[in-house]
Design a binder for this molecule. Structure first.
Ligand SMILES: [Zn+2]
Ligand SMILES: [Zn+2]
Length: 347
């Protein structure tokens, strides 16, 4: 079969590789679309090494149709539209024993720790398969994984119906939190970023949200103004790399300063550098800081929302490329982050 393979960091090329087998209990998915994730960009550049080993077929966000089912697989049939929850937890560690799977100490993902969806076929155990209604587009089906990240973060933060929300970082994760938050709260949603193009992507999906370019507007002052001095109920940090804006706090400290007394800060950005925060600012508010990683069963919620038409992630897709052009996709995301958010790979 054909697959896009990273054989050395910084290079991904179309190769002819062996089609995976179909052991008992597995399902063979014929991939239609895979999506390039922020983690894939880290992998591509070698930043997940030595967790990742080469050669690797990346892709943990993908969808397609069932080509065949292995022995003992029930209720799944060839031709059905499906997506794959890429998470593999160990089931043995302390976190797994209490069902807190995203905290598994040896968590693995299809497409990161083993070959993934930038390929014609992927074979996975049946329990990782989620059916997608036929009327949901193949492109949207490939976004279910990233959207589930936003739904999980909202659930970790205990987002409620009337909460005012701040999301710092309008990248893939920030946009997915926005989509999730829109299904939960009718309060104010404020998106902050330094790139106007990314703020525009958020506004085009939901024109009623408030956007702040933190280069030109002080987010703390603006948020106080927007919330009558109260601050937001929940602030999400989804930046994940070093961003220094003259005269502003770093993203996590901005979140701390933007929340109300007793508010919550949920951190998702995977930065390799420490973020300076002043705990006094958190303590004065007796606020909570928490984190969110991957997802935990939120695929079902996302599929339900797509089925009902309450989610429209169209604006997240900024490009579609063929499998042989995967290299170009990675380069575009690196070179022009303002213009490119989600690039789908058509397999
Ligand atoms: Zn991802
Ligand atoms: Zn575990």
């Amino acid at each position: 079969m054909k697959a896009a393979v990273i054989k050395e960091y910084g290079k991904i090329s179309l190769e002819e590789v062996k089609k995976p087998g179909l052991p008992v209990g597995n399902v063979m998915v014929k991939v239609r679309y895979a999506s390039i994730c922020g983690s894939d960009q880290h992998i591509f550049k070698g930043e997940f090494h030595p967790r990742t080993t080469l050669p690797l077929i990346p892709g943990h966000e993908f969808a397609g149709v069932i080509e065949a089912v292995g022995k003992d697989v029930k209720n799944l049939f060839p031709g059905e539209k499906v997506t794959v929850d890429p998470i593999i937890w160990c089931g043995k560690c302390a976190a797994c024993k209490v069902g807190h799977y995203p905290a598994c100490t040896s968590l693995k993902l299809v497409g990161i720790d083993l070959d993934g969806g930038f390929a014609e076929y992927v074979s996975v155990p049946a329990h990782m398969i989620f059916k997608v209604p036929g009327h949901v587009s193949d492109e949207f089906a490939a976004l279910i994984e990233i959207l589930s990240i936003g739904f999980h973060a909202s659930s970790r933060a205990g987002l409620e119906k009337h909460d005012d929300v701040l999301i710092i970082g309008c990248g893939k994760v920030g946009q997915s939190i926005l989509h999730a938050a829109k299904t939960i709260t009718n309060g104010k949603i404020i998106m902050a970023d330094i790139l106007n193009e990314r703020l525009a992507i958020a506004s085009s999906a939901f024109p009623d949200i408030i956007t702040i370019n933190t280069r030109t507007i002080d987010p703390i002052v603006k948020i106080k103004e927007l919330t009558n001095g109260k601050g937001v109920d929940v602030a999400f940090e989804a930046v994940g790399h070093e961003v220094t804006v003259e005269g502003r706090f770093n993203p996590i400290r901005t979140c701390i300063n933007a929340i109300k007394g007793g508010g919550k800060v949920c951190v998702l950005g995977l930065s390799d550098h420490p973020s300076e925060i002043l705990f006094k600012e958190l303590i004065w508010k007796e606020a909570r800081i928490l984190t969110s990683r991957v997802s935990h069963g939120e695929f079902a919620k996302v599929i339900e929302a797509l089925d009902e038409g309450t989610l429209n992630p169209e604006s997240m897709i900024t490009g579609v490329l063929n499998l042989e052009d995967a290299q170009k996709g990675f380069e575009l995301l690196e070179r022009e982050p303002a213009k490119n958010l989600k690039i789908l790979i058509k397999v």
